[in-house]
Design a protein around this ligand. Structure first.
Ligand SMILES: Nc1nc2c(c(=O)[nH]1)N[C@H]1C(S)=C(S)[C@@H](COP(=O)(O)O)O[C@H]1N2
Ligand SMILES: [Mo]
Length: 156
């Protein structure tokens, strides 16, 4: 079995909240089958934007603006950042066959409307909801310390 790994979530004014997978799922309120959105994958998922909406309500932060981007980082320091407009269908896969993920633990992002399969980041341990329109409308991904995200910018 895995030792439990926590997921760090950062939003405006709130630094380094940490969640277990179970707490992430509970905060999501609604779960669905991942194959509803990604037919080639099976398992249990929750919606990224729904999660964020519920997060805001539970922190009495309904008033803050919608994020401009979401950024994630994995155990292996793979990172991805995508504009909010690209994550309408984005989901976090958290279980398969009723068990924690064997591949992608603790949670894996899928971005069905995303510009690349490379955005389907496995083993996410950090999530940032960003508020910076200057980051632009292109998704980026890559390894944190090897190549900068800007150097990895996807060609349209
Ligand atoms: N943590 C992590 N997630 C990652 C990657 C990675 O190197 N590390 N590679 C990405 C890339 S480039 C692709 S194409 C897909 C591959 O997913 P698969 O292993 O399910 O085929 O995972 C994405 N997620
Ligand atoms: Mo990829």
């Amino acid at each position: 079995m895995h030792a439990p790994i926590s997921i760090q979530v950062t939003e405006l004014h709130i630094e380094n909240e940490t969640y277990t997978v179970e707490q992430m799922v509970e905060a999501a309120k609604q779960q669905f089958r991942v194959e509803d959105r990604v037919p080639s994958v099976q398992g249990d998922a929750f919606d990224l934007k729904d999660w964020h909406r519920n997060w805001r309500i539970s922190h009495s932060m309904e008033g803050i603006a919608e994020p401009t981007h979401v950024q994630v980082e994995a155990i292996d320091e793979f990172q991805a950042r995508m504009p909010w407009s690209q994550v309408d269908q984005a989901l976090f896969l958290y279980a398969q066959e009723g068990q924690p993920l064997k591949k992608g633990y603790p949670i894996r992002l899928y971005v069905p409307d995303g510009s690349s399969e490379c955005l389907n980041v496995k083993s996410i341990v950090k999530i940032w909801f960003l508020h910076d329109a200057s980051l632009g409308e292109e998704a980026t991904y890559g390894f944190k310390n090897k190549v900068t995200l800007d150097e990895m910018k996807l060609k349209k």
